[in-house]
Write a protein that binds this ligand. Sequence first.
Ligand SMILES: N[C@@H](CCC(=O)N[C@@H](CS)C(=O)NCC(=O)O)C(=O)O
Ligand SMILES: [Fe+2]
Length: 353
Amino acid sequence: MIFQQLFDQNSGTYTYLLADENTREAVIIDCVYEQHARDAALIRELELKLEYTLDTHCHADHVTGAWLMKAAFGCKSGLSPAYGAKNADLSLIHGATIRFGAQCIEVRATPGHTDGCVSLVTADRKMVFTGDALLVRGAGRTDFQQGNAHLLFRSIREQLFMLPDDCVVYPGHDYMGRTSSTIGVEKRHNPRIGGAAREEDFVGYMTNLSLPHPKQMAIAVPANMRGGEPEDGKVITPPSWGPIVITYAGQPDIAPEWVALHRSEVHVLDVRQRPELTGEFGHLVGAQNIPLDELRTRVKEVPIDKPVVVVCQTGRRSALATQLLAHADVLRVANLAGGMVAWRSLGLPDGAA
Ligand SMILES: N[C@@H](CCC(=O)N[C@@H](CS)C(=O)NCC(=O)O)C(=O)O
Ligand SMILES: [Fe+2]
């Protein structure tokens, strides 16, 4: 199985991407609204077919990226029906199974942090995605959103701690850089519910946590009740001047075929060393040449009345130049994907078509 753990630093949220290696069918768990471009790029670059976006619960601390995933990939979204939230296609009820290729995950209701919390267990019981029920050396707070420490105690003990000891626990969050644990280790070392802890010990701990409310709570809960559908005018708009693709590396790429057809609409900046322009791959007619090592000091020479397309030999140096320009407030800038090598192999013309 393909497996990737992703992190949103702002909310301390983990997102998980799982896929069948052969069929490429994929599931994403707890994706974050602001990380949509990153996650979508990874899905595209790994050539996956996103079937489901699943939320372990209605989050109070960040907005789900579920609606954006549905809009981008036409996948189905899943959430517990306990919240009565909009835009969910799949009811994550206890015992439900989610199949993607030869892979399967089982839904276990683990309420207590919220009343609709679920944990997702792989068919071989080697991995469990616990959302905010069980955290690494912790447990989801129970002081809002119908939280109930008694219920959470039973969820963890009866549903999660019954899994095999070597089952890896992948939490919904961590605030100390811990990425995973195992059921066996949490049974021994979890300071809230491990070892000999009894229900009243756990409840006493949880009811005295006194944590401040999450920073984004007032925005996150209503947005998540819409499955992360943005309110009017709040959609993250991709650049409108061309078909920019943000890569998982975080850079805006543009396809050479599009640039060839729209040469008069863009300014081409070639960042190769001067001799390369008359070398094997030649150069595009009208391209401005500022070698990458001079760009920092000469950035003001780049005209910004048109979008800037940066080019080099294979699209590596130009990717760095694109970042440099973006940091210098050149807002409309993209990297020519594959550079002159790709341009030549596609047989595109040097000048305007
Ligand atoms: N400081 C974080 C909120 C942290 C928080 O309350 N996290 C929840 C999960 S939504 C929790 O259960 N935390 C348990 C803990 O930190 O012990 C923020 O402002 O977003
Ligand atoms: Fe939560």
